[in-house]
Design a protein around this ligand. Structure first.
Ligand SMILES: [Fe+2]
Length: 204
């Protein structure tokens, strides 16, 4: 059975200060749910897409994969966005302040950077916890996806740029893919998977 994303109606905020219920209504019902609906439509079609016709210039498989991450990230980031908001004005917790003081110098500097990121990018200003360094960072995104999904941990990476295989195979990418898979150090992948599973247990 195809995967299915359930819309999270419980994260829809009401009574915000300076963001009207009408604004939230359009944003939540039309935009957020639009991503959820299209993602589910893509997940219906993906299992049957012809993988043997995969092509980087155009193929049904490529188009479905591209729009899968666009709609997945659109749904996910909107759930985080709406879940981040509430009509109850809460104080900034000390633990958050301490963290941004360490990484940005002061809370005010973090705010300045977060807002400047919101001006400098076309889609999102995101405060992220960088698992590689343990630092908080503000990052901007012009679109939801760069064909990846947020909060996902890479456990196996195959470089398919020409520079990774041209010396051996010229323009033939397919034999390089087989060679790559023959050489995978699975203990490394397994180690990353185990760490990622632990993260999931903590995060869910
Ligand atoms: Fe939006």
């Amino acid at each position: 059975m195809a995967e299915n994303w359930q819309a999270k109606d419980k994260v829809k905020p009401k009574g915000l200060d300076g963001i009207s219920d009408q604004q939230v209504e359009y944003h939540f019902e039309t935009h957020y749910k639009g991503y959820v609906n299209k993602l589910n439509e893509i997940w219906e079609k993906l299992p049957n897409a012809d993988r043997s016709k995969a092509n980087q210039n155009y193929s049904e498989f490529r188009e479905l994969k591209l729009e899968e991450t666009f709609n997945y990230d659109g749904a996910l980031l909107h759930e985080i966005y709406f879940g981040n908001l509430s009509k109850d004005h809460s104080a900034v917790p000390e633990s958050f302040k301490k963290h941004v003081e360490k990484d940005f110098g002061s809370y005010e500097k973090w705010v300045e950077d977060f807002k400047a990121t919101g001006i400098a990018f076309r889609g999102w200003s995101l405060c992220v916890f960088d698992l590689n360094t343990g630092k908080l960072r503000n990052i901007g995104a012009d679109v939801h996806n760069t064909n990846g999904i947020w909060n996902a941990i890479v456990i196996l990476a195959m470089d398919v740029y020409e520079h990774a295989y041209y010396t051996d195979y010229g323009p033939k990418r397919a034999p390089y893919l087989d060679a790559f898979l023959k050489n995978v150090k699975w203990s490394d992948v397994e180690g990353k998977l185990q760490k990622a599973q632990k993260m999931y247990e903590i995060f869910k």
